[in-house]
Ligand binder design. Sequence first.
Ligand SMILES: C[S@@+](CC[C@H](N)C(=O)[O-])C[C@H]1O[C@@H](n2cnc3c(N)ncnc32)[C@H](O)[C@@H]1O
Length: 695
Amino acid sequence: MGRRKPGFRKNHYFTHQRNRDNTKPQNSTERKPYTTIVRENEKFVQYYETQNVCSTKEEFDNFISVMKTDLPSTFRITGSKGVARKMLELVEDQLIKDCVQQEGSEKPPNIFALPWYPEKLAWQLELTRKDIRSCEAYYKLHNFLISETEHGTISRQETVSMIPPLVLDVQPHHKILDMCAAPGSKTAQLLELLHKNDDAIPSGYVVANDVDNKRCYMLVHQAKRLNSPCVAVINHDSAMLPNMFETLADGSSQQIQFDRILCDVPCSGDGTLRKNPDIWTKWTPANALNLHGIQYRILRRGAELLTIGGRIVYSTCSINPVENEAVIHRLLADSDGALELLDVSSSLPGLVYSKGMEYWQVSSRNLEFYNSFEEVDEKWRTTIRPQMFPPDQEVKEKFNLNRCIRILPHQQNTGAFFVAVLQKVKAFTAKEKKFENEKQESDNESKKRDFDERLPENQRKRRRKDVYREDPYVFFKEDEPVWKDIQSFYNISDKFEAQCLLTRCHEGKKKNIYLTSSGIRDLVVTNQSNIKFINTGVKAFVRCDNKNMKCAFRIANDGLESIYPYIGESRKVNIPKEDLMALLTNNDPQHSPAITSLSESIQEQVKDLSPGSCILIYTEEVKGSSDPMVIHISGWRGTTSLRCYTTQHSTVHLLRLLGGDISKYEVSKFKKAEEDSKPEETEAVKEDEAKEVEN
Ligand SMILES: C[S@@+](CC[C@H](N)C(=O)[O-])C[C@H]1O[C@@H](n2cnc3c(N)ncnc32)[C@H](O)[C@@H]1O
């Protein structure tokens, strides 16, 4: 996986469009620094005051003033149960002490676990990203966040963005569709939930889609950090997502109905004003009017692809009812009782939020507010549509719009967000009249928006060139020549489905071998002609033509957890802590530690182990947890030495878990800059920014 690392960082629609529109590469020096942006917009204030998004004037003033401040940093702890518990122990015992309170100020910044997130695995720091990046006292915290994010053990995701996957109630057997998935923080969370039982290969899977080809590669990068064989990245307009098919036990095929769907649609993003202050200068009520149609069509297509009894979560980072309750109301009205809003408040204990709005007004771009479509001035009737209005107040109860969740920034110092959870209770059939309305809407949108097919011919050619052509997905056949050697060298169980291994070339020497779950394999094989697959498969084996090893492939760390249970005991080595430390702290890349320098236990275990790839297993009890921390690392038994394959980030991560000395890696970029006599921090900051994963 992972063929390129794109540079986009924003995920709300208008900032994203701006990036797309710009023909020149974005140069950060051309951007207006956020500190100089005036965080004022009269229309914004007037619009939301009129919409009564807060219940009192005082609350509204508080809402506006918090909206003008920067966002605090947050992260989630991910990974297998044992490792996650150990990370939590480190965060509670060490991170807070060493990284935050050492600041030396009278009142250290607050850091706390989010009450509604299970098992204390999500944390909020009352420090902005900029505080952490630019203040020397926090360099250890910054290093921790960067290296553990890169390693995949934490995810730097905004608080409110963690909610949609949580309320989707994901189980490991679910077929999940993420309709608008890039850059992929929620996809990553969905995958973690799919793997929550620590099964090597869960039977469910995640199909992560985005219309934007380049942003699909951000998804690939995110998914790669989680090393799951259960995800496929695809590239379609989800309002017109083609049907997908699966093969049944008798060999026939049927259309896939997803168990869970996340519909985190493109939106005006005014809920992200704290993170993206440039929206202050661009905000108008027209943004929401322009997006309502596509939001509705994506949600409706999702509802069609959902199985009966399944859940779909609709979310936006917008405050505007036209993008939120209006879209939900429209679908509920169109679906004739096929969909119901669920009350999920009990699954988010301690979350402060406002109930969904049951009444709102629709406004023109000039802030003329209307209570019904009949009142709308003729000149606005192409942009303001009847479906944008609230339900008739006599029948509003039947829609339960108050079950929607609205989170405002002042409620718990977050961004603003909207979430609605829908369940499908019977088949969904589209109403005829809808299509007439949509034709009108599409016509309007086509004038305003610049989707690929609507670009001028000269730009279209350029965009097509940008699109990356994918290598094929070539799954192993039953008699795959290289498989025999691999299977016998690693003593792999017959239960392992070798047909789920794939390469990315039809001919020539196979370099990397990837693994998918059987569900993903079937999805790719069955739908390759109608679905544009961008990426799938976790790297399981890597070619290494070493004359001392009888097999041409070594085990890759990426896919190790998935293949581990199938590998015979003969190539597994239980490694004691001191030996693992010795391997991790070996400073000489040319000379791995000699076996004779390691413990007797290791010498005994590797005595009869032929040279080549092996798995090192480290186990440690975790305080207050019934799940021990178990770490598997790809290792190499040389003729006289032993080594482990780790990147620098994973070395730091492992040493941190083991309580080892990481001072050599704890570089303060401030000190380094001083020592190097380099001007200021600019390069270091740029590099750190590039490494930080957007949510
Ligand atoms: C709010 S962002 C999604 C954020 C993402 N769910 C996450 O958590 O990282 C909206 C995404 O929708 C994508 N998008 C816009 N229109 C789309 C469409 N018609 N079909 C599929 N994706 C679309 C955009 O490219 C953008 O990546």
